[in-house]
Design a protein around this ligand. Structure first.
Ligand code: OFO
Length: 166
């Protein structure tokens, strides 16, 4: 079944969101490195690469279905980091925005009886759920250890170790 023009343009728009997420995490990696949060810097670099993979997955899906995939326009994200808790809370918000877009895409696919695209998008449902849980978990951890002393140092180290092993 051919992909409807409405779905094609919505998927192309979503490619832009994944690209934004990739750039955002790249900018966060740089900002964390500047703060000497080297574990977080490593973690966000890996997150950025993951988001690019998400972008490419949609890109390939469109091309395989004979739809023109568009390359999103990008501007460099402006990021300033305050506390580590605020950092992860901002990431959670960003992930929730992407999740909301996935929901809109699925609603559209189902309304047009495009069950193949609906099936394709279920991977993103699981992925978004995983990422929201990841950032909620990090918010909980930083809340537990607090922002000062050795707690935050050890947390940064453990975040970096998780990025290296994933
Ligand atoms: Fe693309 O997984 Fe989050 O945003």
């Amino acid at each position: 079944m051919a992909i409807a023009a409405k779905i094609a343009s919505a998927l192309n728009a979503h490619i832009g969101l994944e690209a934004d997420a990739s750039n955002y995490y790249l900018a966060l990696s740089s900002a964390c490195a500047e703060k000497k949060w080297t574990g977080c810097a490593k973690f966000f670099l890996a997150q950025s690469a993951e988001e690019r993979e998400h972008l490419l997955k949609i890109f390939r899906y469109l091309v395989e279905n004979n739809v023109v995939a568009t390359v999103p326009e990008q501007k460099a994200p402006a990021v300033t980091i305050g506390s580590m808790r605020d950092l992860f809370a901002a990431c959670l918000k960003s992930e929730q925005r992407v999740s909301a877009s996935v929901t809109v895409l699925i609603d559209l696919a189902v309304s047009l009886k495009d069950y193949a695209t609906n099936h394709f998008l279920q991977w993103y449902v699981a992925e978004q759920q995983e990422e929201e849980q990841l950032f909620q978990g990090l918010i909980d951890e930083v809340t537990l250890v607090g922002e000062g002393g050795t707690g935050i140092y050890l947390l940064d180290k453990s975040i970096g170790a998780r990025a290296a092993s994933s």
